[in-house]
Design a protein around this ligand. Structure first.
Ligand code: RIB
Length: 304
């Protein structure tokens, strides 16, 4: 069984600020750090560092060459990443507060230059039963999901960042959704204010009512996470750590959850391992560089 992650590759510019910039305000950053990032790249790095063989597909401009080295360094296959001459690599402007919280502005760049030919040629390398992982930072995810479903691939979808593009995807084809509370509410019904304060468990049940054949991992911030499918639900608490930077915490969780399932762990074990991995990520600065290895995660209790 092979895993394909068709997703974004970004250069992250991280500005450390006392507070997020307000309308009309000009503030000076204490410093600027540049990291490899993008939800796609981060999740491939997490899968790779968790010990899984993963193929990353996506697009970069000439300024993004170093991102390939980051992927390769995590053991990720990069033959299906394409160079585009006419665009720069996707990038993110990340404002980071001392609390570790962030605000992100994305420029898609090469991430939105994926062609149908690239998609078809990439999917041709995979077989029924292989896994496909998707996020929402590249173009044409609806076509990728449709074609992968026709092939009989198992589809994991992290609908992030959430926007109207998500609703072009044939959501009935998705086997696993990995999403946070805000994304869950938007997926269910953007207009429905009654869902504003729903407890996570009820939100998870609503998701399952809407897509009864899917599996859901709903992350709930400080409340941990809930897994639900037609056979039942499992709850997972967080591990408290000093927070330095929350960037890529969700990506780390996604990568380690999928990796752990493919390595034969139970859902309960996979949730626990993914939670430990993301706790390590938030205790470090940056996106991809903050993602731990399997060894660090499996020694987490001893060292914490
Ligand atoms: O999930 C974190 C990522 O979101 C960052 O690395 C940034 O590139 C944005 O895509």
């Amino acid at each position: 069984m092979n895993i394909l992650n068709f997703g974004s590759l970004n250069i992250d510019f991280v500005y450390s600020l006392d507070h997020f910039v307000q309308r009309g305000e000009t503030i000076t950053s204490r410093d600027l750090q540049i990291f490899s990032g993008g939800k796609g790249l981060n999740q491939s790095v997490a899968l790779g560092r968790a010990g899984i063989s993963v193929y990353h597909a996506g697009a970069i401009g000439e300024d993004g060459q170093f991102l390939l080295e980051v992927l390769k360094g995590a053991g990720v296959h990069t033959e299906t990443v394409r160079f585009v001459r006419q665009e720069r690599t996707g990038n993110a402007i990340i404002q980071k507060e001392p609390s570790g919280d962030n605000c992100i502005i994305l420029y898609s760049g090469a991430n939105r230059t994926i062609t149908r030919q690239h998609i078809d040629e990439t999917l041709a390398l995979f077989s029924p039963g292989d896994f496909l992982l998707l996020q929402n930072e590249i173009n044409d995810i609806a076509y990728i999901a449709e074609e992968a479903h026709k092939k009989g691939m198992t589809i994991f979808f992290n609908p992030s960042p959430m926007d109207e593009n998500i609703f072009t995807v044939p959501l009935g084809c998705i086997d696993y959704f990995i999403l946070n509370e805000i994304e869950a509410r938007q997926l269910l019904d953007c207009q429905d204010n009654s869902m504003e304060n729903l407890p996570g468990k009820i939100l998870a049940t609503r998701l399952l009512d809407r897509f009864p054949y899917a599996h859901f991992v709903l992350t709930l911030g400080k409340e941990g996470a809930i897994y639900i499918d037609k056979d039942g639900s499992i709850e997972q608490a967080i591990y408290e750590v000093p927070v330095v930077d929350t960037t890529a915490a969700g990506d780390t969780f996604t990568g380690f959850f999928i990796a752990s399932l493919t390595q034969g762990l139970s859902v309960k074990q996979a949730l626990d391992r993914a939670t430990k991995a993301s706790a390590i990520t938030v205790s470090r600065i940056g996106a991809a560089p903050s993602i731990p290895t399997a060894e660090e995660v499996d020694n987490f209790i001893l060292s914490s």
